[in-house]
Design a protein around this ligand. Structure first.
Ligand code: HEM
Length: 515
């Protein structure tokens, strides 16, 4: 009797000790990843001359940034239209975060003494320090020696972005990035893009037919953002041959819409237990990510199995990727089905939304500037004729449209920042960005910097791109709508073509203003 109760005691004691040990290990791990590691990273940055606003645990500078956003919202609600027309979308963010702050800077070369802490500084997203960069010369020197494959993407974002981009080109690093980029780049060659032109024209015409229908039925106002970004459904149900495909496209759009919402509204993981703050949203993001994977996998498998007509691949992106994936019957640097799924997701989330946003902002700005609508209509008449695009090569002649696109991408860059993580120590003059440093390159700030663009920086002036591909910016790296270096956007030419096709068709059929 006595020996069985002492046995029970020992079992309970060892269980309790086991649990206590596990808890202790967990606490040590958490302390290490939320406190010790970030503090070490911060100390290294400080030792190398970088500093910034004081963070608090566990939110870092998130609270300061939230307060700034609230101030922005209040001022926008009191005079919303003037805020939009001013195009000054940067004035309240980081500039205010640093207003009136002073600091002593050590180890700084003469080049960067004046900009450190104003345009290059450390701030904290939760428990993660980031080096904020809004200075093109610093960026140029920092990236001069780094090749595309040697750049990292912040580990801290990888988990959040997995459902959207998987291990697609945007996220992948090292030799894998080289392999992906080699397979993908040819799909975006001018010859292949040209073949995609008719698909784009058909798709845009379907959308515009719907707009015509809406206007003819007495609805003169169209929510352009909704139409272009969220709800581009084609209304051709009579076409029985296409109805099966359409059904699937509809479900793809629905999944995409829901997924965008769920994935972009995930709770922040940069604060301790952030991922547990909204478990429902987390689960939804995961489920939708899986749904998108399955949908794409089924499309890829079907395409792989479908015999090609006349040995020619289908002329859309996936067709081209599948074709480039096999060379002379042998698989050369082939992407696996999982990798293809991830690439399709990357195009799906990274490619569509960005181009659609650029078009939406363009409609807003052209609505505010009818004189530019007229300029572009004249150019279209001259270059394309009645607006019926029969050959995508015609689009090269639409120079003014290109100025407008660049000016829109400058004022409202759809990719407002670019993130990096150093995978080696990076020397910038006599400063060192330590290996492992997260970097946040603020594209919006550089695009709205009066020192780089002049006093009229916030005005819509497409003519600034007339004789200058950098729009007269003082520095070549001050205009970065498509990123920089080896990791520059692979879809740049596709966007250029799609933008011109859609805008040409819109301007040929409609004139518009802001209600
Ligand atoms: C207005 C339209 C677009 C904008 C503003 C834009 C912007 C960007 C930016 C800034 C980057 C660099 C990201 C970084 O360095 O971390 C990038 C990369 C990328 N973009 Fe785009 N993009 C656009 C359209 C597209 C389209 C249409 C596609 C494909 C269908 C696409 C696919 C990609 C991919 C795959 C990468 C990763 C490239 C690499 O890391 O090698 N983008 N884009």
């Amino acid at each position: 009797m006595e020996s069985s109760s002492s046995l029970q005691f020992f079992v309970a004691l060892s269980l309790a000790m086991g649990v206590a040990y596990l808890l202790l290990v967990m606490v040590v791990i958490l302390l290490f990843s939320w406190w010790v590691m970030p503090c070490l990273a911060h100390r290294k940055l400080k030792a190398n001359g970088f500093s910034g606003p004081k963070p608090s645990f566990p939110l870092g500078n998130l609270n300061d940034m939230k307060k700034l956003k609230m101030t922005t919202n209040i001022s926008s609600s009191s005079s919303s239209s003037s805020l939009i027309i001013s195009n000054d979308i940067h004035s309240t963010h980081f500039r205010t975060l640093l207003a009136g702050k002073n600091c002593t800077v050590r180890n700084v070369g003469p080049d960067f003494r004046s900009i450190l802490y104003r345009k290059v500084f450390v701030y904290w997203l939760g428990t993660e320090p980031f080096l904020y960069i809004a200075e093109p010369e610093f960026l140029k020197k920092m990236s001069a020696e780094i090749r595309g494959k040697s750049w990292g993407k912040p580990n801290v974002f990888k988990h959040d972005r997995e459902p959207m981009f998987g291990q697609g080109l945007l996220m992948v690093e090292g030799e894998d990035w080289v392999r992906h980029r080699h397979v993908i780049t040819p799909a975006f060659s001018p010859a292949n893009l040209k073949a995609m032109g008719s698909l784009m024209v058909d798709s845009a015409k379907n959308m515009l037919d719907r707009w015509t229908g809406l206007i003819n039925s007495g609805q003169p106002e169209i929510d352009a953002e909704r139409e272009i970004i969220k709800d581009r459904r084609r209304n051709n149900r009579q076409d029985k041959l296409r109805s099966k495909l359409l059904k699937r496209k509809k479900s793809a759009r629905k999944i995409k819409r829901d997924a965008n919402h769920a994935l972009q509204n995930q709770p922040p993981r940069r604060v301790p237990f952030g991922k547990f703050l909204n478990p429902k949203q987390n689960l939804k993001a995961k489920t939708l990510g899986k749904e998108v994977d399955e949908l794409l996998r089924s499309i890829i498998t079907e395409r792989r199995e479908k015999p090609r007509t006349g040995n020619k691949p289908e002329q859309d992106l996936l067709g081209l990727l599948l074709a480039d994936n096999t060379v002379d019957g042998r698989k050369k640097r082939a992407l696996t089905t999982k990798e293809l799924v991830d690439e399709c997701k990357t195009f799906f989330f990274g490619g569509h939304e960005t181009t659609a946003l650029a078009l939406t902002w363009t409609l807003l700005l052209l609505g505010l500037h009818p004189e530019w609508q007229e300029e572009l209509r004249e150019e279209i008449k001259h270059v394309v004729g009645d607006g019926e695009i029969v050959d995508a090569t015609m689009l090269v002649g639409l120079k003014k449209m290109e100025w407008v696109m660049n000016e829109v991408l400058r004022l409202y860059p759809p990719a407002p920042n670019v993130q990096r993580q150093a995978r080696q120590d990076i020397q910038v003059d006599n400063l060192v960005i330590p290996n492992g440093t997260n970097m946040w390159i603020d594209v919006v700030s550089m695009h709205h910097d009066e020192n780089l663009w002049g006093k009229d920086v916030n005005e819509f002036k497409p003519e600034r791109f007339k004789d200058n591909i950098h729009g007269g910016c003082n520095h070549k790296m001050g205009f970065l709508p498509f990123g920089f270096g080896g990791r520059m956007c692979v879809g740049k030419n596709l966007t250029n073509m799609e933008y011109k096709i859609v805008l040409t068709l819109i301007l040929s059929r409609f004139s518009f203003s802001i209600p």
